[in-house]
Write a protein of this length. Sequence first.
Length: 226
Amino acid sequence: MDYPAVRVVDVDQPVVLGQHVVTFWDAVSDDGDQYASVAEVAQVLLQLHQLTAPDDLHLPEMSPFANAPQRIEASTWLTPQDRAFLTATLTQMQALYAGLEFTLPPGVIHGDASIGNVLRDSDGHPVVIDLDGFATGPREWDLAMTAIYYDSFRWHTRQEYQDFVRVYGYDVMTWPGYRSMRAIREFLMVTWVIQKAPESEQAAAEATKRVAALRTGASRKDWQPY
């Protein structure tokens, strides 16, 4: 298959070291990480969404909340009040997701599609990395992150998002379920960052800010990439 994704090294793997499982992958570039443009992200997503997975690949069905309960329960950083709030919000988000009516046909998705997971190789071509979320599911899931990066956080400019829509050929922000999807993805971004909160003051400050924004409905435009 010629799809532009990172490739595993042809060695005997994985290697298990204690509680850690190690795999080996070819470097995308010899010149360090260079992120693709937003338009290139749209390009590789369009290519991906046109693929049909072979039956013997056995891709799992996407489970959007698979990690969230454990992240909330296992956190030693959360206050009891914040833990109760996030647990209740998780139930709300699960119900919200169950009520979504998708417009695009389901199929192969990356699962964590954003500019941070598409690098340029040594020839300047975009290559998809971070493949552990590959699954079958709604393609709106893959499109939502770039929209949210523009809409909620302003991490992308209007022009960059317009380029994304032009290349992919569909604007997920016009989908009636977009606002619900945005709320779900933002909630999951909070459950991800609370894992990092004990690691540094910066991470703790970001997690505190994000939890407070969920509680109060405050703007997300001061959220920082993490």
